[in-house]
Design a protein around this ligand. Structure first.
Ligand code: ADP
Length: 185
């Protein structure tokens, strides 16, 4: 089993690259954002709890996302491994994930580097095209701030453990994919 985390700020292209890597290497793509949006559209109890937070660009409680991830890992234990997308976002989540996977394989982190100015432009465009309700200017600012404060510090944690690979995320989708693929092989 091989596990990966696709890492980077909102708008870095994590979802797109995670999908391509999952196809190429036969991994389960586990996106907490997508799973949470599914809870909202099914109007489950969890969905009702998280809707407002997500619309404001806040972070959902660690306990909620940790439970979702644990369920998914247990349900999909066959296959070659996982690529986690949008998770972990806090130190508590990072430690939880390592604890869940420790007997199998600790995930390697694939970090997409994209400048802030480019992120703002991409997210604005995505908001117009996809209609995702959290891709508006105010929410985007909040998400980028939370990324800097809570999520980016995880890079140090992974770098110290020699589990971090960073690539330039500003090329085309194919260019970025080739960079990642070369690192994984
Ligand atoms: P993006 O990377 O563009 O922010 P995601 O789909 O990963 O998009 O996340 C959308 C929203 O879902 C986040 O702004 C947050 O509210 C919530 N969310 C997703 N994953 C997590 C997580 N691991 N911890 C807390 N909240 C999360």
């Amino acid at each position: 089993m091989r596990n990966f985390i696709i890492f980077g700020p909102p708008g870095a292209g994590k979802g797109t690259q995670a999908q391509k890597i999952a196809n190429e290497f036969n991994l389960h793509h586990l996106s907490t954002g997508a799973l949470l949006r599914e809870e909202i559209s099914r109007q489950t109890e969890i969905g009702q709890k998280v809707q407002k937070i997500m619309d404001q660009g806040g972070l959902v409680d660690d306990s909620i996302v940790n439970a979702i991830v644990k369920d998914k890992i247990t349900q999909n234990s066959q296959g070659d491994g996982f690529i986690f997308d949008g998770y972990p976002r806090t130190m508590a989540q990072a430690k939880n994930l390592d604890a869940l996977l420790t007997a199998k394989a600790l995930p390697l982190v694939l970090n997409l580097e994209v400048e802030e100015k480019e992120l703002m432009e991409r997210l604005k465009l995505r908001g117009q095209e996809s209609g995702r309700s959290d891709d508006n200017e105010k929410t985007v600012k909040n998400r980028l701030r939370l990324y800097s404060e809570q999520t980016r510090p995880l890079l140090d944690f992974y770098a110290r453990q020699k589990r971090l690979i960073s690539v330039n995320g500003q090329g085309t989708i194919e260019e970025v994919f080739q960079l990642l693929r070369n690192q994984i092989k």
